[in-house]
Structures are given as C-alpha cells and as structure tokens.
Design a protein around this ligand. Structure first.
Ligand SMILES: NC(=O)c1ccc[n+]([C@@H]2O[C@H](COP(=O)([O-])OP(=O)(O)OC[C@H]3O[C@@H](n4cnc5c(N)ncnc54)[C@H](O)[C@@H]3O)[C@@H](O)[C@H]2O)c1
Length: 349
C-alpha cells in the first residue's frame, strides 16, 4: 500500500527529505498543470529546493486532458529528455493530473518511480489513494488504465487555501461517499462541518476509510466495489458532458449520482427513507440536480452499459441498506434505472 505523509504547511521540507533519502542520484521531474504551476508548485519549491537541479513539465488543466493524446505527448517529452528508471516524477495536481501522471509514469519504460502531491481536496481524499490510474477514451471515463503503486503520497492542507469553493464541494462529495458506505459517525461529523474548515484530521479520517477498503481488496474483485457508490450514474453523466463538450466536475457528478443511487437504495435495499432524505437534503445545499431531457436520459443509460462492472444484461450498482452499510454487485435493469430518473425528475419539479 502506498505510504502517506500528512503535514500542515511543511510539505516542501518533507518532500525534499524524502527525495534526498530515496532518490539522491535520480533526476527529479515535476509534473504540473497551468493552475498548480502557479498556485502550488511555488509553495513546494520555496527555499528548500534552492540550487537543486530539477525539471518541470506543464500540461493544460481540465478533464479533457486526461487523454491518450496527452499521454502520448508526455511519453514523447520523457523520451526526448532521456528519462529513465533513474528519473522520479513528482505529480503536483488534482485528480486529473494524479490519474494522468501516474498512468504515464507507470507505462513509460514499464514504469518509472513517481510520487503524488494531491492539491485538491478530492485528490487528497480519493484520487491519489488506492493505486488506480488511467485516462478517458472515446469520451468514456477511465476506459484505459491500470493499477499501479506510487512511492509516496504527500498530503498537506496548505493547498486548500487557494482552492475555489466549487472544488472544495467536489472533495466533500467523495468524503461524503466514504462516510455513507462505511462510517455512520463520519457522516455525523461531515454533516456538522463547515466547508471552509476541513482539517487535516478529517482528511486523514477520510483517506483511512478508503485505505482500509483498498487493503482488503486492492484489485477490486469484491469489497472495493463499494467505493463506486454514486459512480455508476456519475461516470455516465460525465460521459454525456464530455460528449457535448461541456464542463462538469467529477465531484458534482458524484453528488448527482449519489442522489439517484440513494433513491435506488430505498427501493431495492430498503434503506430507511428518512436517512436517504437527510442525505439528499445535505447534497442539495451544494448542488441542484438537472432536469434531464428524455434524449439525455437515453444517452446516460447507454453510457452506463460501458461500465466495467456490468454483467451482460444488467447494470451494476453499489447500494446502501443504511448509512454506513453498502452492498456491491446489485444488478438492475434499464427499466428500473429509467424509473428512478422519472422519480427524481418529479421530485425536483
Ligand atoms: N484514481 C482514482 O481512484 C480516482 C478517484 C476519484 C476521482 N478520480 C479522478 O479525479 C478527477 C477529478 O479530480 P479533481 O476534482 O481534483 O479535478 P482537477 O484535477 O481537474 O482539479 C480541478 C481544478 O483545480 C485546479 N487546482 C488543483 N489544485 C489547486 C489548488 N490547490 N488551488 C487552486 N486550484 C487548484 C486544477 O488545476 C483544476 O483546474 C477525475 O478525472 C476523476 O475521474 C480518480
């Protein structure tokens, strides 16, 4: 399992110490996007790295860059610069960059070492943890990818200071998901918490929920599937937006996805209505669910068929029997999914 270093405002010195100890003779290469270059890289560079020879590669921000085309460009750059097993890649970014950087590093020359420095809340509590990496393909989410282990993850709340509220909400979405699938007490804490007061302690609690699940089932053969709660809908909705060239953050899609899957949980696993309603009300403080057209619903259901976890006829969901208790491999028909769309559409009218 990937070791994690948590810190408050001292990521720069911790990272330097780690690199000096473990990669003293390697080339250190930083991967950033245009946002994290300005807002996060400087925080790491500081005086600690003064006089040390490093290289930096910048890509454009955005989900559309989590692509094979961007991966090819990076492999080309790695080759031109002569990167080898004696190169360590340090990824400084949100979930998009963590997924992309990890994918490119673990496939180039059958894998070079890499370190993740997640800079969004979502990447800290979810995307950097658990070894999944990959890129989107033909507008389908995470269609190409693999499991791969980074050398270390550095989580520091200093990066949250520049994070827009919208991105904090996205991180909160995955923290909420962790609570709903595995920890009722964590849900109680999240419920009370102020969005702008998320502490390193809570981040650690969220990462530990995910790590505990991943440790039991690193390759998603069984229990790890519960981490997909909300994601069957979310990934299909993201596909729709990618197809229409519209922006949608992963976290917002997950919030929407959880609303539909809470509704399915009430119907199919007898989740108490009261609990589902409380969670849906909490979610609605942060986002409004779109009223989809029938054409869009059709598109979303078609995209769901691409989900890696389906069987030949039905779509695979993780559902809740109550807050803190999830069941994976709940297979539902397209009719049942259509019904839930209609119910949620009715409730938001
Ligand atoms: N591998 C996994 O297990 C896993 C799990 C969950 C999500 N994901 C993936 O994560 C991606 C979403 O990640 P995300 O929500 O972090 O989006 P993102 O990486 O696109 O980051 C959102 C925006 O915030 C900017 N940013 C990053 N750090 C910042 C900071 N400290 N201050 C200001 N701006 C900052 C980025 O440049 C970007 O513009 C999706 O592609 C999703 O599929 C992967």
């Amino acid at each position: 399992m990937n070791p994690i270093t948590y810190s408050e405002n001292s990521v720069s010195s911790k990272l330097l110490k780690f690199l000096e100890k473990n990669y003293p003779l390697s080339k250190w290469v930083f991967l950033v996007d245009d946002q994290t270059h300005i807002l996060c890289y400087e925080k790491i560079l500081s005086s600690n790295f003064y006089d040390i020879s490093i290289e930096i590669i910048q890509v454009e921000t955005g989900e559309e860059n989590k692509s094979i085309e961007q991966s090819i460009q990076l492999w080309e750059t790695f080759t031109e610069y002569g990167f080898s097993k004696n190169t360590v890649l340090i990824v400084i970014g949100g979930g998009v960059l963590c997924d992309l950087g990890a994918f490119v590093a673990s496939t180039y020359k059958r894998g070079i070492p890499y370190v993740l420095v997640p800079t969004t809340l979502l990447a800290m509590v979810d995307a950097s943890i658990g070894g999944k990496c990959g890129v989107n393909f033909l507008q389908y989410k995470n269609q190409i990818g693999l499991f791969s282990e980074c050398k270390r993850i550095f989580i520091d709340d200093i990066f949250l200071k520049t994070l827009p509220e919208k991105e904090l909400i996205c991180g909160l979405a995955e923290m909420l998901k962790h609570a709903l699938i595995a920890d009722y007490n964590f849900w109680k804490k999240i419920r009370k918490n102020e969005l702008h007061n998320i502490s390193i302690k809570q981040i650690k609690e969220a990462t530990q929920i995910k790590m505990k699940i991943v440790l039991q089932d690193p390759y998603e053969k069984n229990v790890r599937k519960i981490l997909n709660f909300g994601h069957t809908f979310a990934h299909a909705i993201e596909h729709l937006f990618l197809n229409e060239n519209c922006n949608l953050s992963h976290g917002e899609a997950v919030l929407w996805g959880m609303v539909y899957e809470l509704q399915l949980s009430v119907k199919h696993l007898k989740m108490p209505k009261k609990e589902a309603k409380e969670v849906i009300q909490f979610i609605k403080q942060y986002t409004s669910i779109p009223n989809w057209t029938s054409e869009q619903i059709k598109e979303i259901i078609i995209a769901m068929r691409q989900d890696k976890k389906n069987n030949t006829t039905n779509i695979n969901f993780t559902l809740l029997s109550k807050i803190g208790q999830a069941t994976f491999d709940c297979f539902l028909s397209e009719i049942e999914i259509l019904e839930v769309f209609q119910e949620v559409n009715q409730s938001i009218k």
